[in-house]
Design a protein around this ligand. Structure first.
Ligand SMILES: [Cu+2]
Length: 115
């Protein structure tokens, strides 16, 4: 437990250093390539199948009762996904859909969806 705290504190120090370094114009970042955020992980995508339970055009969400999604360790559940107008077009409550989504910051966004 203590080791974990030390590791977290170390990471925070490193982060705050990077944040400050970015505030300094002209600061040479040579040798820090390994610490750059190039590898910022794009949230992984996962596929699922489900049934549309609700569509909220104003909020751009589709509520889907979906099966288990092993890729993100989800059990079957009913939840809302963010969608674009284009993705929403042609979808109706009750449709069986298969879709690809991405989980980011605690919300799930549809990447593609088809009946
Ligand atoms: Cu879910």
């Amino acid at each position: 437990m203590k080791l974990t705290h030390i590791a977290v504190a170390g990471a925070l120090v490193a982060l705050s250093f990077l944040a400050r370094a970015e505030d300094m114009p002209g600061m040479k970042m040579d040798g820090m390539e390994g610490m750059q955020t190039k590898e910022t992980k794009q949230a992984p995508v996962a596929n699922a199948n489900g049934t549309i339970k609700a569509i909220d055009a104003a909020r751009h969400t589709v509520t889907i009762s979906h099966g288990a999604v092993p890729a993100v360790q989800w059990p079957p559940m009913t939840m809302a996904f963010s969608v674009t107008d284009d993705q929403m077009a042609g979808l109706s409550v009750g449709d069986r859909v298969s879709f690809v989504f991405r989980v980011e910051g605690g919300s799930a966004t549809i990447v593609s969806i088809k009946k």
